[in-house]
Design a protein around this ligand. Sequence first.
Ligand code: PLP
Length: 405
Amino acid sequence: MSLNIGQLRKDFPILARKVNGKRLVYFDNAATTQKPVQVIERIKHYYTEENSNVHRGVHHLSQLATDKYEHARQFVASYIHAGSAKEIIFTRGTTESVNVVASLFQHLIGAGDEVLITAMEHHSNLVPWQQLCRQQQAVLKVVPINEKGELDMTALKNMITSKTRMFALAHVSNVLGTINPVGEAVKLARKKNIPVLVDGAQAVAHLPVDVTGLDCDFYAFSAHKAYGPMGIGVLYGKEEWLKKLPPYQFGGEMVDQVSFSETTFNNLPYKFEAGTPNVSGVLGMEAALKYIEEKGIGNVRDHEDELLDFATRKLSKTEGIKIIGEAREKTAVLSFVVNGVHPYDLGTLLDQMGVAVRTGYHCAQPVVESFGLTGTVRASFGIYNTLEEVDVFVDALKKSIALLK
Ligand code: PLP
């Protein structure tokens, strides 16, 4: 079955609006995706019919909200093939998930130890490790990439040592679109018993994710990049790790018994969820992941591959354009620069023609600079984008280049 994009677009009300008098072409999906009515309505339904605090009340609404919230946790667990719902911690998003793990690892990383990341990381999976290393006098090591934007697996093999305490890598690069061979990387790390954290921010909406198959120790993602609401996301952690690690924040919900002299902590996953959670966000995220599941992630992948191939071929034929990121395994992200034209100026002109793209460092300054650049233009695709929109984008791009040269 292939996707009926014309039909599916009707689920996303914002796509019908105009921007600067033009029909919106939204190619900034790597920053955040638009939301279908199924997600919007789910949140509305929660606040009109189900709102109450969870895990606390004996009354009907509290029990209803708790059931829905825990049901969503089960669904998320099965969506990413976690071993159990206990391994799903709700956070504010990828950034918070990485920060939680980095903060907890301060107990396990000391002077002279090493943390590995890759040269293509988003700041969210770089700065927390850099700061942790600084605080603990540990060493941050960066696995290089080649000129196509692929991870250097030989270098990785050599960089994993007896001092390595963590390897953190993106599943998909938000600048290059590279899909990293995460399963292979985990196997290398596993040989030396090194834990692996995967930043799945750019993967969950585009690829099937199977954390058990990948055998990673931690997996982080944000709902808002997968058609869900902002301010909610997931930290998957293997149960053995979550049992072993201490709580991250203290307060209500995460405790068992409390006295003025002592506190015992709640079971997993509640030990890591202090305070009232973002219940509507969790339910919106469940609706978003159900939406993707219903369309079929394989169909989504095929459709986005077609968009990426088509756009790549068109840009390759356009004079003066250089594509940044030409890995064999790519998804949904197309970064490029134009000879003699500033990315910001291009982005501004494209916006005037109704085309939304992202320009600059994309919160991943080191990888952009490693290509000798101060920014790129990034078109990133989602389930609702069409080949016709790629045509509109390329025409607008050619017009913009002509105006700016
Ligand atoms: N990691 C990657 C690869 C990303 O692309 C992003 C956002 O662009 C993040 C992490 C941070 O996600 P969030 O801002 O939702 O926490």
